[in-house]
Design a protein around this ligand. Sequence first.
Ligand code: ZN
Length: 296
Amino acid sequence: VLDLHGDPIALTAALVDIPSESRDEGRIADEIEAALREQAAGFEIVRNADAVLARTNLRRPSRVLLAGHIDTVPAADNLPSRLADGQLHGCGTSDMKSGDAVFLHLAATVADPRHDITLVMYDCEEIEAAANGLGRIERELPDWLQADVAILGEPSGGYIEAGCQGTLRVVVSAAGTRAHSARSWLGDNAIHKLGDVLARLKAYQARSVDIDGCTYREGLSAVRIDGGVAGNVIPDAASVTVNFRFAPDRSVDEALKHVLELFDGLDVDVQLTDSAAGALPGLTAPAAAALVEAAG
Ligand SMILES: [Zn+2]
């Protein structure tokens, strides 16, 4: 059984030692749920797929939400955890089982919190946004996400990073006509058409935006390229996948419009394949201001 009262570093190691690649979080969710039910007195606890939710109902004037994903990227020969020279190693240690451990430890040990607390330990953060457990909770249990301030335990080196950037992916596809390369003039080369796409990406000047004193640096990047049939064939199809990380003053729709405008006039088709909205920092909210002050 996970010991929520003990040393949070030992708890981090125990969490890391439960493999939990995205879509395979059943066991770690079972263990977290069992530990909370046994060790977090006074919490209302709910299981939602492979997410575990827990909250106090103390009628405090404000509520703090502590959230962490319990999945990891695929392990890379880095399990179980090991402690070397005072540093813990292992898949998911910093992102973000250490954050989860701190939140679970707080749930079990803070006897008389000043704020009501909601704990959200969720699944499938490291994969496509449509699978994200937080989105499912928003659809199925929206009242569990009501709070005055939310703290995500992602690694930030101990600093508060307020808000978050949005992200979207598009696949930019060019079509052409196949032909034998010995008679290339009979074909229409789809890969060549991507040259203009890449030129616009290379020349693109990303914005830096200041919101509530936080600087958001946008980025528009080709992250994958596909195309080609054989060594002697003019290709009839090619595509480049583009990822746009955008500041939270743009909505997903506005960000998509911006990307479409960049490729305007080119002989390509642009399809949105994934998106997640950003979040404004909200540092002017009283609960957030108190957090910033407490953190120094
Ligand atoms: Zn993470």
